[in-house]
Design a protein. Sequence first.
Length: 190
Amino acid sequence: MELFIIFLSAAIVNNFVLSLFLGICPFLGVSNKTSSAVSMGMAVTFVMVLTSIVSWILFFVILVPYKIEFLQIPSFILVIASLVQFVEMVIKKVSQPLYRALGIFLPLITTNCAILGLALLLSMREYSLIQSVIFGLGAGVGFTMALFIMAGIREELELTDVPKPFRGVPITLITAGLLALAFMGFAGMI
């Protein structure tokens, strides 16, 4: 039950994009079409799960025992950059159309603050390895869900009669704000 609560918390209640406001750049940049949003979400989820495993091992097996926790941010950035390069090579080899569709946003996963936020939250919360993997999976599923919802809304907005001053970026930002308000409702009144 505890693992389910960790997953649900990361995916919905504390959604990285819509509640914690991490990863806004790919959220707004890749959410034009549902197909590219789902592909980007799956790539980010994969990187988040791998990051949760590697950063947990790095932090609790190397940094903490040797009392060099102050190196966590540079070491996490190095891990994330390496994992993203690995994912980019795999996607390029497996699916050229997907690689072209994701374009510049694939290397930008490296600078996605949601992934660094995940690694830092794992070390702060002192999750076990299994809890870390579930948290990473939940965060990735929540990220994918937010991208998919936003992409679906943006596809519908292309077919509607939006007043001229609100077309494009303004309606996208208004929609993102309304989605964030809706997701904050899952946290309840504090």
